[in-house]
Structures are given as structure tokens and as C-alpha cells.
Design a protein around this ligand. Structure first.
Ligand SMILES: CC(C)(COP(=O)(O)OP(=O)(O)OC[C@H]1O[C@@H](n2cnc3c(N)ncnc32)[C@H](O)[C@@H]1OP(=O)(O)O)[C@@H](O)C(=O)NCCC(=O)NCCS
Length: 279
């Protein structure tokens, strides 16, 4: 387990380095940080790394047993040897046999190899980014950066935001114990004394792209501008942490989320597709 944990730390460090405003949208250290709610051991068990000359050049996160979120170092996106190795490993062992999905950065050679091998376009995602050079408008609600004492409230708002969410205070503590959380903030938005919206933001260090994951508005408090407000607060928090831009990625079918991010000044990037292998 010690080696699993040190690989995890190395993977987080590699992901931090790969977050640039002009790089393709990548798996972010915050994605590992959010997964960490399942605990350090589960996170270590879900992470896969590929190396060249000792250096990590690709990182995968098994977000679900049949979904790998894969990312490649920006300077290795078209590396043929790596792409062939990835394709081989995806066919044998990294993913279970049968129907599976893969997220991989646009432009990565492994996508072309898998397409030749019969993988087809899967779920559509919409990435959105917001530049953080200029100050962010005031969200107009009271925003609180929460600590452990407010974890039950933050967890409650999240559960009330996402259908089927199993998020708990305990999961918040597991997440907060993770390495990426050192660069994260959890925010609550309050309206007339009630916590109505929650977000977590993850910096990858100054001058790099930060991530929003997750963001939600309590289902009893929607359509009052609170989604826009918590998103503006998230952008401001990332700016304070030194992020150069803010990124969020949502299923393209989530029209409310896309509208909310746009309304908070995010720019929609071209849609991207997962790759899907049929059974
Ligand atoms: C998406 C979500 C945060 C929106 O919250 P909200 O408080 O209702 O949003 P707001 O009132 O701030 O609305 C923001 C914008 O989105 C639009 N919008 C909100 N819900 C919408 C819907 N169902 N369909 C279309 N547009 C919608 C609003 O019209 C508004 O646009 P405008 O500023 O151009 O007028 C909320 O529905 C939610 O928590 N959903 C579940 C969790 C989720 O999907 N989170 C995002 C995952 S990445």
C-alpha cells in the first residue's frame, strides 16, 4: 500500500504539471481529489500509470469499473509507442472484458488506434472554461468557505442537488484527507440564512487551470440564480488560489448546467466524446 500511495502522489504531481490553458482538457488533480471521497486506498486502487524512462506519461482513473478516464502528457499525445501500449493494455487487463467506456484527450493517438479497432463515439461531454485574468463579479449571496464543522451541511446540500447521491459527512472527511485537497476549497452559498448551493474547486497551482467538481443547487432552491451565484463564487475562489482559468465538464445532456456555467461567464468549448467498446 505504501508504494500505491507514493504512485498516487506522483500521479497527482504529473496531472498538476499537465494543466495549461492551451493544453487539451485533461483529467485534473481535482478529479482524483473528488474520487478520494471513497478513501485513499480505493483511490490508489483506481489509478493506473504508464511510464517512459521512469517518468509518468499517462494516468488513468477507473471512475467506474467499466469507465476509465485516461489522460496523456501533452508532449506524448502523438507518441506511437505509448499509444500502442495503451491500446494493448486497454484491450487486456486495465478494463474488464465486454462493454466499456474510455475518456481520452482530443488529439491523443490512442483514440485513432482504438477507432481503427472498432471503438465508437460514446457519451458527449461539454467542457467550459473561464479566463481568470480579470476580477470576477460579486455573486450577490453570502459565500462561506467551509471547514470540517460545516461538512454535514455541505454534504446535505450536495445530496439534495444530485439525484441518487450517497455523499456523506464521512466522505467529505475522506476527501479532505486527500493530497489534492490541499489546493481545494469547498464553498456554500447562503440565501436568507439557508444553505442553498455547494461547490468544490480544485487548484492545480498558480498559473494553471483549476477545476469545479462538483457543483449543485438544492432542488428546493432552483431557478433563483443560485447556480450562477455559486459558479461565480467558485471562479473567484480559484482566482484567489492563483488559477489562470477555471474548467468544468458536464454531460452535454445537462442543459441546465451548461446554461448555468455560460451565465457565469464560462465559454463553451467543442463537445468531446467518450469512446465506447461494445460487448
Ligand atoms: C444546474 C443547476 C446548478 C442550476 O441551478 P439553478 O440555481 O436553477 O440555476 P440558475 O437559476 O442560477 O440559472 C442559471 C441559468 O441557467 C438557466 N437554467 C437553469 N435551469 C435550466 C433548465 N432546466 N433548462 C434550461 N436552462 C436552465 C437559467 O435560465 C439561467 O440562465 P440565464 O442566466 O441566461 O437566465 C441545478 O439545476 C442543479 O443543481 N442540478 C443538479 C446538479 C448538476 O447538474 N450540477 C452540475 C453538474 S456539472
Amino acid at each position: 500500500m505504501i508504494s500505491g500511495m507514493s504512485i498516487l502522489a506522483e500521479a497527482v504531481a504529473a496531472l498538476r504539471e499537465w494543466q495549461h490553458d492551451d493544453a487539451p482538457v485533461q483529467l485534473h488533480p481535482g478529479d482524483l481529489g473528488w474520487f478520494w471521497r471513497a478513501g485513499a486506498q480505493a483511490t490508489a486502487a483506481a489509478v493506473r500509470t504508464w511510464r517512459r524512462d521512469g517518468r509518468i506519461v499517462a494516468v488513468g482513473l477507473l471512475d467506474e469499473p467499466d469507465l476509465l478516464r485516461l489522460t496523456v502528457a501533452p508532449d506524448a499525445l502523438r507518441d506511437e509507442e505509448l499509444a500502442r501500449q495503451l491500446a494493448e493494455d486497454l484491450a487486456h487487463g486495465v478494463l474488464p472484458p465486454g462493454e466499456v467506456s474510455l475518456e481520452a484527450p482530443p488529439g491523443a493517438l490512442v483514440r485513432d488506434l482504438l477507432a481503427e479497432d472498432g471503438w465508437r463515439a460514446g457519451e458527449a461531454w461539454t467542457p467550459l472554461v473561464r479566463d481568470l485574468t480579470e476580477p470576477v463579479a460579486d455573486p450577490g449571496l453570502r459565500i462561506e468557505v467551509i471547514g470540517p464543522e460545516q461538512a454535514p451541511v455541505w454534504a446535505g446540500v450536495l445530496r439534495a442537488s444530485f439525484d441518487g447521491s450517497t455523499f456523506t459527512e464521512q466522505r467529505w472527511h475522506a476527501m479532505a484527507a486527500g493530497a489534492p485537497f490541499a489546493d481545494a476549497r469547498c464553498l456554500l452559498a447562503h440565501h436568507q440564512g439557508t444553505a442553498v448551493a455547494a461547490v468544490a474547486v480544485w487548484s492545480a497551482g498558480p498559473g494553471r487551470r483549476g477545476l469545479l467538481e462538483p457543483m449543485g443547487v438544492h432542488r428546493d432552491h432552483r431557478h433563483h440564480g443560485h447556480g450562477r451565484a455559486i459558479t461565480l463564487a467558485a471562479a473567484a475562489a480559484l482566482r484567489e488560489l492563483g488559477s489562470s482559468s477555471a474548467l468544468v465538464c458536464t454531460p452535454s445532456t445537462n442543459v441546465a448546467a451548461v446554461a448555468t456555467y455560460r451565465s457565469a461567464g464560462f465559454r463553451q468549448l467543442p463537445q468531446r466524446r467518450d469512446l465506447h467498446r461494445d460487448a
